[in-house]
Write a protein that binds this ligand. Sequence first.
Ligand code: UD1
Length: 422
Amino acid sequence: MDRYVIRGGRRLQGTVRVGGAKNAILPILAATVLNRTKEDIILTNVPHIRDVVKMVDILRSLGAEITWSGNNMVVSTHNLSGFAISEKLMREMRSTIFLMGALLGRFGQVCISHPGGCAIGQRPIELHLKGLRKLGAQIREQHGFIYASCSRLTGAEIHLDYPSVGATENIMMASVYARGMTVVSNAAKEPEIVDLQNMLNKMGAKIRGAGTDQIRITGVTQLHGIEYSVIPDRIVAGTLMIAAAATGGSVTLENVIPGHLEAVTAKLRETGVQVREENGRLHVEAPPRLRAVEYVRTLPYPGFPTDLQAPMMAALVRAKGTSIVIENVFDSRFKHVGELNRMGAQITVATDNRRAIVHGVDKLTGAIVTAPDLRAGAALVIAGLTAEGETVVEGLEHIMRGYENLEGDLAKLGADIKRVRG
Ligand code: UD1
């Protein structure tokens, strides 16, 4: 297995470009299934990450024709024949769940294996299923599989008990071809949902309200091919901003939407970092040592993103003072704590597994650590950048799921980081 070898202590400096968003391209690829015409869907700013490779494998297994070169992709779903996703492919990537809505919309039936839990928590899907049932789908769960079928879905009013990102996207895709209007209230407001709306509308759908808590979808009978550019990845951007902050760096990010990063910018400013927006670029200028913050509380957008909780904690371990980090979104997202403590951090997790108390220390020391999941992996890399001596981060397969070239970006900014194969 590949690993990173990092020699800490270098201040990050320079300019780096952020690629397309993982959490936007995955639902967008699912949405390509809804195109029944012979016209292609051309996608640009597609990130080269493992989750996209897996999604492409799944779409090809269903009969899609996909060519992918550089950051451009051409998808033809005209000859799509299958509506059953193999258990093996499904197990490899949980986010295939939102293919349910798209396949149901296209074929009136779908069969997937239950996605189950994952490293960061139980991840139930009852909100997805409740929403699809409200649209008229009949759903059976048996032996770990979920079968859904319908004649033609009919628009409905769906109130989500929680603003789940995946459930909102699934319902949006399922209702594009539904008869009449669907209204989703307490919808998730993440920028990736707005991106999905924009993509679907360009294809001919009629969706309004994404980015607010109420989304209205008026059913249409046909969609068509388009060319579409995926939004930049705010989580990758946030990771690089936090890495710059943790190393006392001075970094400029290109291809970002600063408005998507307001919660991160505000929190970094509390630590003493200066964040400036200049012509659509974000400039981060950090002091030699950060200040602790009273709280970091993860919340649905526009709150502080759960996906940046671990990276932010990695920056706070060396801050002056004590910070409290509260994880409100997932129930098991502190797996990085043990690894950070092995590097000399002083973090204690409350028994409810939702609050971590981070006592700032003067220094971290390099160690061999293992990435337990995608964002926790990024956190360990950030800790390695600030630690004395050598840090080895194992479990790179997690990091590859969501970062195109983390080591390349960091090396470009002056970090001493190498990917060692085998
Ligand atoms: C998406 C993102 C992920 C991000 C998360 C929260 C993608 C591919 N993934 O995941 O990176 O961390 O949003 O911003 O876009 N829940 C239920 N029942 C459901 C569905 C969700 O209880 O039916 C719970 C989950 O267990 C979790 C919370 O709601 O505790 C948030 O989940 P959700 O917003 O659905 O996240 P995902 O779409 O899975």
